[in-house]
Design a protein around this ligand. Structure first.
Ligand SMILES: Cc1ncc(COP(=O)(O)O)c(C=O)c1O
Length: 397
């Protein structure tokens, strides 16, 4: 049977594949220092668990409204009002099975062959792949580590064509941890309005910010921007609820309506119980966030400072999210066991086999000079993993 062409355009998520490899090695009894996780290590908030248990016991286990129950939509509307001063109505919200699903619905609702969508690099692995499923063309906007991965507005302007339909922003960013300041967002907003572009603003890491940095949503920087923005968010990262699969979008009603129609013919509603859990988290989880971010900050310092003590590794301090993104170009070209380690992929493989350290190579994020290390694991894993890395690197020729 010949498979559809779209299956040949995309690759499976490399981060999920790597996490599966690590889990398989651990299941075989191998010790692995795992820095691949895209999720906090702590449990979900008690408020979420209690709401889910109540939902099960109350028999709230049937189909719900396709785009989410009113109670959850209202909690999301309240969150936008509280955190960003944005006013949405229920018809402007769609709840889906994780933010990845939200983004996928959005890609199918908006894009088709011939459409160009701008993605700043480095980027989260799924953005280009989802656009390819929707037959659209990703157009990459390179950013540089020297400028803290900031968007250069003249470079952005230069790649806008009459086919450009949208820009995908992710602040704080997976994988770099960098954030866009208000001035940059104002500049992007101006271009978006001028060229009638939509901004897809993935704000899934909005609460994981450190050192007094402030998260700004592009929808708030200019009164006209609400009409040009779809905000994507979810409970996965903020409330350590990756397994519950609840993401959501807010934006102009016609776009959200189309996303809901697509969802009605694919997954239907997200799990009823998980929706109730998300209400519990959104309404009662603020202390949970504060504690988690405090702990993540300690781990961020331990990992980034440790990486910067390794010869050949340079790691900027990330402002947000929970990833360190060290530049390892000084290690590329070194040799081990008669083989040259030419790429981040080679180096990550060497770390896994020789140091039992699992991290994600930069290639699927659009860079040939970096590795991504998540700092969500326990401090003991971070500290021992760093020792293992030092030992392995000392063995390179
Ligand atoms: C930038 C970004 N957006 C969206 C997601 C999807 O999150 P979920 O589908 O778990 O809500 C992730 C998960 O890794 C992410 O890193």
């Amino acid at each position: 049977m010949k498979l559809a062409t779209r299956t040949t355009r995309i690759t499976p998520s490399p981060t999920l594949q790597l996490s599966a490899t690590v889990k398989a090695l651990m299941a075989q009894g191998k010790k692995v220092f795992d820095f691949t996780a895209g999720e906090p290590s702590c449990d979900s908030p008690d408020e979420a668990k209690a709401a889910a248990i109540n939902a099960i016991q109350a028999g709230f286990t049937k189909y719900t409204a396709v785009t989410g129950i009113d109670e959850l939509k209202d909690a999301i509307i309240e969150k936008f009002k509280r955190d960003q001063g944005l006013a949405y109505s229920r018809s402007q919200i769609v709840v889906s099975c994780g933010a990845k699903h939200t983004l996928f619905n959005l890609a199918l609702a908006l894009f088709e062959a011939g459409d160009e969508v701008i993605i700043p690099t480095p980027y989260w692995v799924s953005y280009p792949e989802q656009l390819l499923v929707a037959d659209a063309t990703p157009v990459f906007l390179p950013t540089s580590e020297a400028k803290n991965f900031a968007i250069d507005l003249s470079a952005l302007k230069a790649i806008i064509t009459e086919r450009t339909k949208a820009i995908i922003l992710n602040s704080p960013c997976n994988p770099t941890g960098s954030m866009y300041d208000r001035e940059t967002l104002e500049g992007i907003a101006k271009l978006a309005i001028q060229h009638n572009l939509l901004v897809i603003s993935d704000e899934i890491y909005e609460k994981m910010v450190y050192d007094g940095h402030q998260h700004h949503s592009i929808a708030t920087v200019n009164p006209d921007m609400v009409q040009h923005t779809v905000i994507v968010n979810g409970v996965s990262k903020t409330y350590s609820m990756t397994g519950w699969r609840i993401g959501y979008a807010a934006g102009p009603e016609p776009i959200l309506k189309a996303m809901g129609n697509i969802q009605s013919q694919s997954t239907s509603n997200p799990t009823s119980i998980a929706q109730k859990a998300a209400v519990g988290a959104l309404q009662g989880g603020s202390a949970f966030i504060e504690n988690m971010v405090k702990e993540l900050d300690i781990r961020r310092h331990a990992l980034v400072e440790g990486l910067n003590h390794i010869p050949g590794v340079h790691c900027p301090m990330p402002a947000g999210a929970f990833y360190a993104f060290p530049n390892v170009s000084a290690l590329l070209g070194r040799r081990f066991g008669g083989k040259t380690l030419s790429t981040p992929f080679d180096l990550a493989n060497f770390f896994l086999t020789e140091a039992s350290v699992a991290c994600v190579p930069g290639e699927p994020f659009g860079t040939n000079s970096h590795l991504r290390f998540s700092y969500t694991g326990p401090l003991t894993v971070i500290e021992e993993g760093l020792r293992q890395l030092n030992r392995a690197i000392a063995r390179l020729e």
